[in-house]
Design a protein around this ligand. Structure first.
Ligand code: 4AD
Ligand code: MG
Length: 476
């Protein structure tokens, strides 16, 4: 019978004829093959009788080779594993050149592995990260489906550039060498594929709002694109975002949902990815040892995850945050790159990290930001200065969620659009929501890779997505 390694280890069908496929991790003493098939972190030890094995075949059992093995599962004689396969038949499905295979059984740097992203998933670290990523994606859908949300697929190519969440990538079929030109010398997009200028979406929010105003509670989970030139360990040009949008939710309900949602999906990973998380915790511990003392975290990965699940996130208004930051030691000693001098300043990641990692040592939800530094669609407060925005800030990550209560009043929204110089015609359909049965509604966006980073403890966002897209890099 054909098994995966995971099934074999769980069921232990001792003394039965079994068949298994996988890739060689190591082969030692011409006798012990550590075979991995990706179903679990663990390898299965396959023991061959080298005297009975054709020497030509023996030579071809190299790291990276793909094998089919038939044999009998037995209790292991050696240490390190409970069971092992006594091989009766071995077929080489795919040879691997031991000299040139990049993934040798030794430690490789994350940078080197990024250059070999097509093979890095054959390492324990990346296989573990990608299994956790998959589990988290499932947990996201499960959470929303269980709570009465409908999954909506918002467009990836968009004709509206009004969201303003970031620089966009143009989508065009015009000939870049000789595009049609209008009389005033501009590119004539009426001749383009869609008859207008189109881009890859930066967010599905505005379209999700239209669905919330019919289905009540919806969520998106799809790729989003931002052409910012941010070469940081937290930014990708292509990332996956989860955007729930709920009719009849005010900002408090929105914050409650976001907190419950994050706790729920993190709990799911803790409960279902124990083996991979234990491995990643040990990896992180090793990595921390290479850092200078003051940059090391005192918490283990599992402690960090438990902490988030078991503690209420601190909720703090922007105004309170500014007071704390103004009076903070790094601000007074001019240690911040951007000093906080007055109310209205945009918070940089150094400020967010100070609040979360030094001051509160806990996830923080900041709300009621100055209208000036937030998007046009956020609901204006009575003070006319602040909007019902909220950001969730996480230790080691910074902003993991950005959301708001939306402006549901037509006139207020029109005024905001006019003030920002946006053409109202661009947003005719968005304004229609406020014309036909408007209602209080809210939503947020969670950056999926930042969540995966938090749960796996990986320091660089490039290492939690299969093929990272970043400035000057779109290999694979
Ligand atoms: O704060 P942002 O820009 O919010 C929006 O796009 C809203 N339309 C969301 C909504 O209310 N429906 O992005 C949301 C989250 C951020 O908090 C961050 O976690 C992630 O998306 N994010 C990125 N992740 C990776 N790379 C980037 N370049 C990111 N930009 C934002
Ligand atoms: Mg944001």
């Amino acid at each position: 019978m054909q098994f995966t390694v995971k099934e074999l280890l769980a069921q232990s069908p001792l003394q039965q004829d079994i068949k298994i496929n996988g890739w060689v991790r190591t082969f030692r003493s011409n006798r012990f093959i550590a075979l991995n098939d990706g179903s679990t972190l663990q390898n299965i030890q396959c023991v061959i009788d080298f005297e009975q094995t054709n020497p030509e075949i023996l030579k071809r059992i190299t790291t990276g080779a793909c094998l089919q093995i038939k044999g009998i599962l037995e209790e292991s004689q050696g240490k390190g594993q409970k069971v092992e396969i006594k091989v009766s038949d071995l077929t080489i499905l795919g040879d691997s050149d031991a000299e040139t295979f990049p993934i040798q059984p030794k430690k490789h740097s994350l940078e080197f592995l990024r250059e070999n992203a097509h093979l890095r998933v054959r390492t324990n670290t990346f296989a573990a990260v990608m299994r956790v990523r998959s589990a988290l994606a499932f947990a996201v859908h499960q959470y929303f489906q269980k709570n009465g949300f409908f999954y909506v697929n918002t467009p990836i190519i968009t004709g509206s550039d009004a969201e303003g969440a970031g620089e966009m990538f143009r989508v065009s079929t015009l000939n870049p060498k000789s595009p049609p030109i209008t009389q005033d010398g501009k590119i004539d997009y009426t001749e383009d594929f869609f008859g207008k200028e189109t881009n890859l979406t930066v967010s599905g929010q505005l379209e999700a709002e239209t669905f919330a105003m019919a289905l009540g509670k919806v969520y998106t989970f799809g790729p989003t694109f931002r052409a910012e030139n941010s070469n940081t360990s937290r930014h990708l040009a292509e990332f996956w975002m989860i955007e729930p949008e709920m009719a009849f939710y005010d900002l408090d309900a929105n914050m409650d949902l976001a907190e419950d949602f994050i706790k729920n999906v993190v709990s799911y990973a803790i409960a279902n990815c124990a083996e991979d998380l234990t491995f990643l915790e040990a990896r992180l511990l090793e990595e921390e040892k290479t850092k200078p003392q003051q940059e090391r975290s005192d918490l283990k990965l599992s402690d960090k995850l438990d902490f988030v699940v078991n503690n209420r996130f601190v909720r703090l208004s922007y105004t309170e945050a500014i007071d704390i930051l103004k009076n903070s030691t790094p601000n007074k000693k001019k240690k911040f790159k951007y000093l906080i001098e007055e109310w209205g300043a945009d918070l940089q990641s150094e400020h967010e990290r100070y609040l979360v990692e030094k001051h509160f040592q806990c996830p923080v939800i900041l709300f009621d930001y100055p209208a000036k530094i937030k998007a046009f669609y956020m609901r204006l407060n009575e003070d006319k200065k602040t909007v019902r925005a909220m950001d969730i800030l996480f230790p080691g990550i910074g902003e993991i969620v950005g959301g708001s209560q939306r402006e549901e009043r037509l006139e207020v929204l029109q005024q905001k659009i006019a003030d920002l110089g946006i053409d109202e015609k661009e947003l005719w359909w968005y304004l229609d929501l406020r014309r036909f049965g408007t209602a209080v509604h809210s939503g947020f966006g969670l950056g999926f890779e930042r969540l995966v980073q938090f749960v796996t403890g990986m320091g660089n966002i490039r290492d939690v997505i299969p093929y990272p897209r970043t400035p000057k890099n779109a290999e694979f």
